[in-house]
Write a protein that binds this ligand. Structure first.
Ligand SMILES: Cc1ncc(COP(=O)(O)O)c(C=O)c1O
Length: 484
C-alpha cells in the first residue's frame, strides 16, 4: 500500500499549505473517493438520461461563473461540486449507446494509467525527463506498427490528436518537396478538415490543394489522381504529396491505398494517409485487407483514442523514414543539450513538434499488457461485424436506405418514407429524426451530408457497446421514424 502518511512526518507540507484539509490522510480519502466514483461511473455513465447534454447553451457557462477563489475549500466539498454541477450536464461519451462522430471510449485501465501518469509527471521531451517513459513510448509505437503490419524499419511518435499527427505528416511532406512555389497537394472531396487546417498552418494558400472527385463509394479516384498530377506537371506546378484517407469521417470509406501508393511511387510524391479513424480496423482480421496499403505510406496518422479504448489525447504518427523525421524536427538549443551517450539513443523531442509531453504511452502499454492484443483485435472485429449487421437491417427495412457502402464501422443512411415531396423535405425529416434519437435515454448519433443530402451517421467503435445496444438503436430509429 502506498504510504502517503510518511510525507507528513518531515518538515515539508504535502500540498500548498499545511491545513488539515490537505493532510496526507485527507488527500488519500479524496483520491479514494474519486476512484470509487470513477468505477461507479464506468458501470453506468449518465444513468438513464440522454447521452447528449441538454445544456448546449450559454446557461452552462453561467453555472460556473464566480470570482477567483481566494481561500481554499475542503477537497470533499469541491468533489461534491464536481458531482453535482459538472457530471450531470456532461455529455456521457462513455455510455455504450454512443454512436456519434467517432465514439471515444476508454477502459478503466486507461483511466488508472492516467492517474499514474499524472502522479509521476514525467516530461517526455528528453530521455532524461523520463527514461522509462521514453522507452515505453518507443515500445508502444512498435506495438502499434505490429498491430497494423506497418514496416518495422519505420517508427513514430505519440501525439495529442489526429489533427496534430496530420499536421506533422503534411509538414514532413512539404519539407520533402523542398522550397519554392507551386507546390500541389492532392486531397479528395472527403478528406478531413484537419488536412485543410494543416495546410493553412503550414502557410500554404488554398490553391495549393487539388481536390479530387470521389467514386460511387466515396473513395479518391486513382485515375483522376494520376491525370491531375500529369496535368499539373505540364502546367508548371510541383506535385508534392497525396493525402489519402483510411476511413473517411463522412462514411468510413477507405481510398484505394495500393493504387494511390503506386502513383505516388511513380511520380515521386509523398503519401500521407489519414487513418485517424479507420486505419485501426486493420488490426482486425476482416480489416486486414488494408494492411498492405498502409504499409506503403510515407506517413500515417492513427488515433488510439478513437478505437483502442484509451482516454482522449492519444494519437500517433507513423513514418517510414525515421531519420528524415528526426532531421526535420531536431533543433537543439544549448539548454537542451545532453551527454554523448544519451544522444545516441535519440530524444523524443526529435520526432515531434511538441517539447514538454506527458507520458501518454502508459495508457496503451498497460492496456495492451492487461487486455492483450488478441482481445483488442477481437473487439474491433465485433465492431466491424455489428456495423455490417446494422447496415443489413437498414437495407432490408422499407422506408430506409443506405447512403454509402460500409467499409469500416460507419453506417450512413436516410429515412425515405413514401410521399415526401422533395429532397429538402427529406433532409429536414432526417434532421428531426436524428434529434429525436438523441433525446432518447442512452443513445447518441450524429449527422453528415453525402453528395449534398443529409444522412444519419452511426459509428461503432465503443469499448462497451454490445450487440444489444445496436439493436436498441435500430429499434429507436424504427419507433421514432413513424412518429415524424
Ligand atoms: C478521418 C479523421 N481525421 C482526423 C481527425 C481529427 O482527429 P482528432 O480529433 O484526434 O484531432 C478525425 C476526427 O474525427 C477523423 O475522423
Amino acid at each position: 500500500m502506498i504510504n502517503l502518511g510518511a510525507m507528513e512526518e518531515g518538515p515539508r507540507t504535502f500540498e500548498l499549505d499545511g491545513r488539515d484539509a490537505l493532510s496526507a490522510e485527507a488527500l488519500r480519502r479524496f483520491a479514494h473517493e474519486a476512484v470509487d466514483w470513477m468505477v461507479d461511473y464506468m458501470t453506468e455513465p449518465g444513468g438513464d438520461g440522454p447521452i447528449l447534454s441538454p445544456k448546449l447553451t450559454k446557461d452552462v457557462f453561467d453555472l460556473f461563473r464566480e470570482e477567483l477563489p481566494n481561500e481554499g475549500s475542503e477537497p470533499g466539498a469541491v468533489f461534491e461540486e464536481f458531482r453535482e454541477k459538472i457530471v450531470p450536464d456532461a455529455t456521457h461519451l462513455q455510455s455504450p449507446g454512443n454512436f456519434a462522430y467517432i465514439p471515444n471510449s476508454t477502459g478503466v485501465i486507461g483511466v488508472v494509467a492516467d492517474i499514474l501518469t499524472a502522479t509521476m509527471n514525467q516530461n517526455v521531451s528528453l530521455v532524461r525527463g523520463g527514461p522509462t517513459a521514453a522507452a515505453v513510448e518507443a515500445q508502444v509505437v512498435g506495438w502499434l506498427q505490429s498491430l497494423l503490419g506497418y514496416p518495422k524499419s519505420g517508427g513514430g511518435v505519440l501525439t495529442s490528436g489526429g489533427s496534430l499527427a496530420n499536421l506533422m505528416g503534411l509538414a514532413l511532406a512539404r519539407h520533402r518537396a523542398g522550397a519554392g512555389d507551386n507546390l500541389t497537394f492532392y486531397f479528395s472531396e472527403e478528406t478531413h478538415s484537419s488536412m485543410d487546417r494543416a495546410l493553412r498552418f503550414l502557410g500554404l494558400p488554398p490553391e495549393a490543394v487539388r481536390r479530387l472527385p470521389t467514386d460511387d463509394e466515396f473513395r479518391m479516384s486513382p485515375e483522376a489522381l494520376e491525370e491531375a498530377v500529369k496535368e499539373d506537371r505540364a502546367r508548371g506546378k510541383r506535385p508534392a504529396a497525396v493525402a489519402a484517407t483510411a476511413g473517411t469521417i463522412g462514411s468510413g470509406a477507405v481510398d484505394p491505398l495500393e493504387e494511390i501508393a503506386g502513383i505516388c511511387e511513380r511520380h515521386g510524391l509523398w503519401l500521407h494517409v489519414d487513418g485517424a479513424y479507420g486505419a485501426l480496423s486493420a488490426a482486425a482480421e476482416s480489416g486486414a485487407w488494408m494492411r498492405s496499403g498502409l504499409a506503403r505510406t510515407d506517413s500515417l496518422s492513427i488515433d488510439p483514442h478513437k478505437w483502442l479504448f484509451v482516454p482522449v489525447g492519444t494519437s500517433c504518427l507513423l513514418v517510414r523514414d525515421v531519420d528524415f523525421m528526426r532531421r526535420f524536427f531536431t533543433a537543439v538549443p544549448e539548454y537542451l543539450k545532453v551527454s554523448v551517450t544519451e544522444g545516441e539513443i535519440g530524444q523524443p523531442m526529435e520526432h515531434t513538434m511538441e517539447l514538454s509531453r506527458r507520458f501518454r504511452a502508459l495508457r496503451l502499454w498497460m492496456s495492451f499488457k492487461i487486455y492483450g492484443a488478441r482481445a483488442v483485435r477481437e473487439k474491433i472485429e465485433d465492431h466491424l461485424r455489428w456495423t455490417q449487421l446494422f447496415a443489413s437491417w437498414v437495407e432490408a427495412a422499407s422506408g430506409f436506405e443506405l447512403s454509402a457502402p460500409v467499409m469500416t464501422s460507419t453506417v450512413c443512411f436516410r429515412y425515405v418514407p413514401p410521399g415526401v415531396e422533395s429532397e429538402e423535405a427529406l433532409d429536414r425529416l432526417n434532421e428531426e429524426l436524428m434529434e429525436r434519437v438523441n433525446r432518447e435515454p442512452g443513445l447518441f448519433v450524429s449527422r453528415n451530408r453525402l453528395r449534398g443530402r443529409f444522412t444519419q451517421r452511426v459509428c461503432i467503435t465503443h469499448l462497451r457497446t454490445t450487440e444489444e445496444d445496436i439493436r436498441r438503436l435500430w429499434e429507436a430509429y424504427q419507433k421514432l421514424a413513424v412518429t415524424l
